[in-house]
Each structure stands twice: as structure tokens, then as C-alpha cells.
Design a protein around this ligand. Structure first.
Ligand code: ADP
Ligand code: MG
Length: 591
């Protein structure tokens, strides 16, 4: 293997500079870092090399880690946290000093806000150049502190294993999040006698936190007495891998459940008990809510009026007790991992012979709303006049893609409307802009998901559904997908703009009024951009679609390709929008 050999030569060179010690006894910072990560169970590194981390990446590969070189550190940080969410072990994002680390800041913040494990490692300027204008010198440790659960610069190569263990542990334990390790070039190249490097810092696997039985009993009593109970399944339940326990609870009790965007698939979207199509009513009318691994933040309208009944009783289950009673006071707050709690609750409810019959008034009310909403969506989706609307596009996409695909999605209307029509029947099969609403995450997430599929679910596909604006943030990662032979199906829903765009005539008219910087609407993008032609950079052809049959044909062709990405560019009506909402999508501030 070329890279492997190059790495060996480079590393040997760096080790040979120490005259006093025989080679077999000496190791260096790069090697210690690589081996420490391997020992802590890290599998994947996403990054961009440069001074001083080229040898670091090579050492990673030699230690058996998988290294994926990307085109922007921000996308690398997104990829690394997606792997963290999918596997429960943080991916590493490797960056160069100064600007390289600063490009990761958006990724660290996104991981922290999403509560996903991530470990960023950046090279930094030589310690003897600090303070005198070193190359790419920046206070990297301080800069990262705001975004991380743990930040450190190991004081010596010998102590690297200690800090790697701690960084991995803190990224995963309790509420997951980001960690940062700062590696000056001098530290990476410094040499240590092998025997002085402590063998192994290894935390025992932390046992799952179990719930207080008294609180489980109270939760069961509340649910059993409820008139209009509702289960909310959050991405904490997905991260907790609690799908088996939750599916059983829902099946045994007949309770209606509502997944949050990334809680989709923990219990299948196609379950009759999924009330996503009656979301507004379910939230507004529920009298007892079982909140499993979700925060009552903006995504759930803070749990407050006018979106919730002010008298609603919340049973809140979270791994992080700091989250309890945030925004509204919970009736029962249970500090527990989702899985043991749900198992215990199932047992208790079984003892009570609790089950909500489909003929119950609550189910009748929900079913009525589900029907009305489904009919509205069907009417839009069946309107296949061109230029197409969002609903018709997503209906066609849903019908044509393999049903077990991982869906990555970002954009405004593309993500919001797509969420309702693109169904997930499997957990952790939806990756989107998340709690932080970050645009630009899609291609990085897709790279990570496709790499995950390669090893853990061969044949499973990643479908990356992007708005045209969202795609622009990290579109160059198409080259990464090509280089690593990742068969991501990128679907760009192209409406010429942010939220909505303009057609050719209107744009020409608007811009004829003077300086484009003063006349071009801030939401506008160029009209009918041929994004699919990016495939031509690699000697391949992409797909341009304007009709439903063209979409079907393009997806069929893309599914048949298994060794490279595909781009399907769907030109839609720039004025297409979502259905009228009963409430503003973003809860208004009451200040
Ligand atoms: P959503 O976006 O689905 O609403 P959030 O990210 O807001 O979800 O909330 C997820 C919650 O799940 C966080 O409060 C986090 O502390 C919690 N959580 C994460 N892992 C677990 C786990 N294993 N068991 C219980 N709660 C968890
Ligand atoms: Mg757009």
C-alpha cells in the first residue's frame, strides 16, 4: 500500500533523529496518539492534512484507523460527529493549526448542541514559536473551550494516552458532546522511550443508568389515568439504541407516538400509531406526555402555550438531569437511560393491564386529523403538473428509493416538507440540520453514513436530499465521495433560491434595475443551475429532472451505481411552498 509505505518511511525518519536511543525503544507523539485512539475504540478519522499533521494521519492509518481526507474541515467535523451518532463512539476530526481548527468550530458547536460525540484533534504551532508570531499560531485551546465538554493540550507525549482516554470518555458519557485535543507540532514529533508510555488507560464500560423504581411506578400511574396520553420519541432515544424496548412498549400499550425529526424510525414511521400527520393536535391536546430523550426547546415549542395545553403533565426521561424542568416543570423527572426505563415502564403497564384501544375517543380525534392531513398532502403530491411542487417530488422520491436507505436531509422547505413524506422505518436512519439548524451538514453526514454502510450494512444506500442553497455550503465533498467510492445518491431539490426563488424572466427583470448587489433579492440564487454537471468533473454524467417519470428513471439508474456518487438535480417551481400552517413554524418570542 503506497500510503502505508510512505508513512513508514516518514515515521522512521522522524524517529531516527534521536541519536541516544536505539530505534526499537523509541516512539513519538504521532504514534502514541494513533495507538491511544485505537485503544479507546475509535475507528474513523475525517480530516484535512497539512503542517503539522501529515505524519499524524499516516500514523493513524498505520495503527489501523480509517482515514478519510475531506475538502473542508467543517464538513470533516460534521462527518466525524455523524459517525459518533451512528456508532456511539466519537469519530475524530483531524485539522491543521489556526484556520484549520477554526473551520471546525461550527462542527464542534453542532455536535455539542445536537448532543453527539465528537473528538477534534488539531495540530498547533511549535511551542517555542508561541508568542512570537508562529505559523498559524492561535489560542486553540481557549478557542475550543466554549464548544466542548473537554479541552486539553497534553503536557508531554507520555501523557497523550491519558488525555485521549479522557476526551473519548467525556465525549460519550452522560449527555454526549464535543472534545478537543491540541497537539503542538513539537509534541507530535517528540520522542519518548516506549516503556515510559503508560500501557493503557482504560475506563471500564459505564453501566447504563437505571431508573428509580418509584418514579417508574408514578409514570405508569400517570399514563394509566391519562385521557389523552402521548409518547414523544427524541433523538436521545435513537442515540440510546432503545428501539427494541420502545417498539415493544408502543405495540403492547397502543399509545400514540410522535417522533422528533431524528427520532423518526426508532418506532417505524409506517406504524399505525405514529401521529406525525396529526402533530399539531397531538401536542396541543395531550394531557400526559412521556418525553423520551427529547428537549423542550424550540423544536418542541418549549412545551408551552399556545402549542401545548398549559395543564399537560410531562414525564421526562433523560440521561442528563440538568435538563429536567427546563422551560416547563415536569410532573415526573426520571434520570435514566431510555432503554432500561422503557423496559421497566412496559412491565409496570403490563401489570396494570394498560392498553389504549383504537376506539378510545383520543384515538378517534387523532385519526380524524391524520385523515384530513393525509388527504391534503395526497392532493398536492398527486398534482404532477410541471414545474413540479415539493410534494410531488418527495412522493416520487419516496416511491423510488430503497426503503431501508439512510436519509440525510437539509434545506428549508426541502427538509421540512421532505420530513413528512420521506419515511424512516429504521432507527438512526435520518440525519438532518438538527437542533442547531445547521446548513452545510449534508455532504459530510452522507460521507460518514456511506462509510458506515460499507462496513456495517453492505448494500444499504445513503440518499442525501438537499435544497439547492444547502448543497452549496459543502458541495465540493462530492469529490471526497468519488475518491472513496461512496455511492451516495445526492438529490438536489432546486428552486433557484433560499426558501423560494425566481424564474428566468423575473430574475432578468429584477436585475435590469441596476447594480446586482442592490437589486438581487437576498434569497435568490442563479436560475436552474446545472448541479448535476459536477459529475462531469469525474467523467460521469448526472441526471437533470423536470418530471416524475424522469425522477423515477434517475433514481433507478443511481441505485444501480454502487461505486461512486450520483447527482440528481430536480428543477421545481421556484414559487412552490409548504402548506399553510395553523401556527408560525418558529414559536414567536413573547418578550
Ligand atoms: P430531539 O432533537 O429529538 O428533540 P434532543 O437532542 O433535543 O432531541 O434531546 C435529546 C436528549 O436525549 C438530550 O437531552 C440528551 O441528554 C438525552 N439523551 C441522550 N442519550 C440518552 C440516553 N442514552 N438515555 C437517555 N437520554 C439520552
Ligand atoms: Mg432552494
Amino acid at each position: 500500500m503506497f500510503l502505508g509505505r510512505l508513512a513508514q518511511v516518514t515515521l522512521r525518519k522522524s524517529v531516527q533523529v534521536c541519536p541516544k536511543l536505539s530505534r526499537s525503544m523509541v516512539t513519538d507523539g504521532n504514534t502514541i496518539l494513533a495507538e491511544s485512539l485505537k485503544k479507546q475504540g475509535v475507528e474513523y478519522v475525517f480530516g484535512i492534512v497539512g503542517i503539522p499533521v501529515i505524519e499524524t494521519a499516516m500514523a493513524f492509518q498505520m495503527a489501523g484507523l480509517k482515514y478519510i481526507g475531506m475538502r473542508n474541515e467543517q464538513a470533516a467535523a460534521y462527518a466525524a460527529q455523524a459517525i459518533g451518532y451512528l456508532t456511539g463512539k466519537p469519530g475524530v476530526c483531524l485539522a491543521v493549526s489556526g484556520p484549520g481548527l477554526l473551520h471546525c468550530v461550527g462542527g464542534m458547536a453542532n455536535a455539542q448542541v445536537n448532543a453527539w460525540p465528537l473528538l477534534v484533534i488539531a495540530g498547533s504551532c511549535a511551542e517555542d514559536h508561541e508568542g512570537i508570531g508562529g505559523f498559524q499560531e492561535w489560542p486553540q485551546v481557549d478557542s475550543s473551550r466554549l464548544y466542548c465538554k473537554y479541552v486539553a493540550r497534553p503536557p508531554s507525549a507520555r501523557l497523550i494516552p491519558l488525555h485521549v482516554e479522557k476526551a473519548v470518555r467525556l465525549a460519550c458519557a452522560g449527555r454526549p458532546g464535543a472534545a478537543y485535543l491540541d497537539m503542538p507540532g513539537t509534541l507530535l514529533l517528540s520522542e519518548v522511550e516506549e516503556e515510559k508510555v503508560p500501557e493503557l488507560y482504560n475506563a471500564e464500560t459505564v453501566k447504563l443508568a437505571h431508573p428509580d423504581p418509584a418514579l417508574v411506578t408514578r409514570a405508569a400511574e400517570l399514563l394509566a389515568k391519562a385521557e389523552r396520553p402521548l409518547v414523544i420519541v427524541g433523538k436521545g432515544a435513537a442515540y440510546a439504541q432503545a428501539e427494541n424496548a420502545l417498539r415493544k412498549l408502543v405495540a403492547d400499550t397502543g399509545l400514540p407516538f410522535l417522533p422528533t425529526p431524528m427520532g423518526k424510525g426508532v418506532v417505524p414511521d409506517t406504524s399505525m400509531q405514529c401521529v406525525s400527520t396529526a402533530r399539531t393536535q397531538a401536542l396541543l391536546k395531550a394531557d400526559v406526555i412521556l418525553l423520551l430523550g427529547a428537549r423542550l426547546n424550540w423544536m418542541l415549542h418549549f412545551g408551552q402555550t399556545p402549542r401545548f395545553d398549559p395543564k399537560v403533565k410531562i414525564i421526562q426521561v433523560d440521561i442528563s438531569p440538568e435538563e429536567f424542568h427546563n422551560s416547563v416543570k415536569s410532573e415526573v423527572a426520571v434520570h435514566s437511560d431510555i432503554q432500561p426505563f422503557v423496559e421497566a415502564l412496559s412491565t409496570k403497564l403490563k401489570e396494570k393491564k394498560f392498553s389504549l384501544s383504537p376506539s378510545h375517543a383520543w384515538w378517534q380525534a387523532l385519526a380524524q386529523k391524520q385523515k384530513a392531513n393525509t388527504e391534503f398532502v395526497a392532493a398536492q403530491a398527486n398534482d404532477v403538473s410541471t414545474p413540479l411542487n415539493y410534494f410531488a417530488v418527495f412522493k416520487a422520491v419516496q416511491e423510488a428509493i430503497p426503503k431501508d436507505s439512510i436519509i440525510v436531509s437539509e434545506g428549508a422547505n426541502t427538509m421540512d416538507i421532505g420530513r413528512g413524506l420521506l419515511l424512516n422505518d429504521l432507527p438512526r436512519h435520518r440525519l438532518d440540520a438538527g437542533t442547531f439548524g445547521t446548513m452545510g451538514v449534508g455532504p459530510g453526514f452522507a460521507v460518514a453514513a456511506a462509510q458506515w454502510c460499507r462496513e456495517r450494512a453492505p448494500g444499504k444506500r445513503v440518499v442525501c436530499v438537499e435544497g439547492d442553497s444547502a448543497f452549496g455550503f459543502s458541495g465540493m465533498e462530492i469529490e471526497t465521495m468519488f475518491r472513496y467510492k461512496l455511492p451516495v445518491i445526492i438529490i438536489i431539490v432546486n428552486n433557484n433560491g433560499i426558501y423560494s426563488g425566481f424564474d428566468k424572466e423575473v430574475m432578468a427583470d429584477i436585475q435590469s434595475g441596476g447594480d446586482p448587489a442592490q437589486t438581487t433579492p437576498p434569497t435568490a440564487l442563479s436560475v436552474q443551475v446545472r448541479y448535476e454537471k459536477m459529475m462531469e468533473m469525474f467523467g460521469e454524467t448526472g441526471h437533470l429532472c423536470r418530471t416524475v417519470p424522469e425522477i423515477q428513471q434517475a433514481i433507478k439508474a443511481a441505485v444501480a451505481v454502487t461505486d461512486r456518487p450520483s447527482i440528481i438535480n430536480i428543477l421545481i417551481n421556484p414559487a412552490s411552498s409548504r402548506k399553510p400552517q395553523a401556527f408560525n413554524w418558529l414559536t414567536e418570542s413573547k418578550l
